[in-house]
Design a protein around this ligand. Sequence first.
Ligand SMILES: [Zn+2]
Length: 180
Amino acid sequence: MTIIPQEVMGTFHEVGRDLYTLGLVSSHGGNLSIRSGMGMWVTGTGTMLGRLRERHIAFVNPDGSHQGPPPSSDTLLHSTIYALTGAGAIAHAHPHHGIALSFDTDLFVPLDLEGQLHLKQVPVIEQGVVQVEQIAAALQNHLVVLLRGHGAYARGATLWEALHWITALEESAHIAWLRR
Ligand SMILES: [Zn+2]
């Protein structure tokens, strides 16, 4: 088993805890990954983001094989995003207001200054057989996307940056919802 570097583990632990504490995932929801060379570190399927330890993180090799726990069911999506973008990390969460707004629009445009400045526009992808390719393609030109009725996927140079875009999206979505 490849040993996860302490700094990488620390980032998973703290970002996962922040997402759970902020109410952006349920106890067992969401997933996170960090690119490592041609492979990636990714949270195991069904792990609790608020309580991540070494035994919860898998390493997925370029050929799809893995070490550690069974990787997240979203692993193929993470691989596709890394293949199509320059991302260094990916976060997936279930922000309530973002999900609520996703039912009624194909493109969420923040009303608030912070959201306009950072996110600009957030595409909403329909669930279906091509959602993996569509989410990855949308993340080439956007920092975060919504999967309708499910949640948000954000990419960043680091996992901290991906956390920033998830929290910024939920802040903007909450404001938009309050103003409806
Ligand atoms: Zn999800």
